[in-house]
Ligand binder design. Structure first.
Ligand SMILES: C[S@@+](CC[C@H](N)C(=O)[O-])C[C@H]1O[C@@H](n2cnc3c(N)ncnc32)[C@H](O)[C@@H]1O
Length: 191
């Protein structure tokens, strides 16, 4: 098996990379995380999916590629220029693009729970985790990447990560697998 062989990269992938590079944005998820997101999205027909931290839509493009016609995605981003890239590249009636602060959005959200949450911003991951995991349906997925040391981690972030993982590991309501692959993935299922 060669995991670098990816034959199903979304068509908008290159144009999103180019558009985000023009904004000097360097936090796009990698191909492996994208591929996993597509697979997870495809496992839940008719699903409700939440992405926190759209960026320019690279991970969004993979999620969309895995969704069936009945699935719906809400993706939240506080940077209008980045969200505009995603909106232009991925215009699709199944996606709701939300320009909002993730902290505010999470505190105010009162809608249905989700079958898959990709938490790719501070709110939903290191902050407001409890509020976020509550939004995952029983049997649903919560996915995070960048759990292995990254060049852009600020001072003190490694300790934050260590405590966060420890908390995940001690919870009785979650089942999880840590993958030393891609940028370091943790796939969580809510019991
Ligand atoms: C790691 S990047 C997301 C990358 C994207 N998911 C991808 O894989 O291509 C994190 C994103 O979260 C956004 N962000 C940071 N703080 C936020 C907040 N408080 N509310 C909403 N979005 C936020 C940043 O602007 C950035 O685009």
């Amino acid at each position: 098996m060669e995991d670098t062989v990816l034959t199903d990269i979304p068509v908008s992938y290159i144009s999103i990379l180019q558009a985000t590079a023009a904004l000097s944005f360097n936090m796009n998820s990698d191909l492996y995380t994208g591929s996993l997101l597509k697979t997870l999205a495809a496992s839940k027909p008719g699903s409700r999916i939440l992405e926190l931290g759209t960026g320019g839509g690279l991970s969004t493009s993979w999620i969309l590629a895995g969704m069936d016609e009945r699935s719906r995605l809400v993706t939240v981003e506080n940077n209008a220029a980045l969200l505009d890239i995603a909106k232009v590249q991925l215009a699709d009636h199944r996606i709701e693009f939300v320009l909002a602060d993730g902290y505010e959005w999470l505190k105010n959200y009162q809608g249905e729970k989700f079958d898959l949450i990709f938490a790719d911003a501070m709110p939903g991951k290191y902050d407001l985790f409890e509020e976020t995991i509550t939004l995952v349906r029983s049997g649903g997925f919560y996915l995070i990447d960048d759990m292995l040391p990254q060049p852009n981690w600020p001072l003190g972030h490694a300790e934050k990560v260590r405590k966060f993982v420890l908390n995940l590991e001690t919870r009785k309501d979650l089942v999880l697998t840590k993958m030393n692959w891609s940028t370091g993935i943790i796939l969580v299922v809510k019991k």
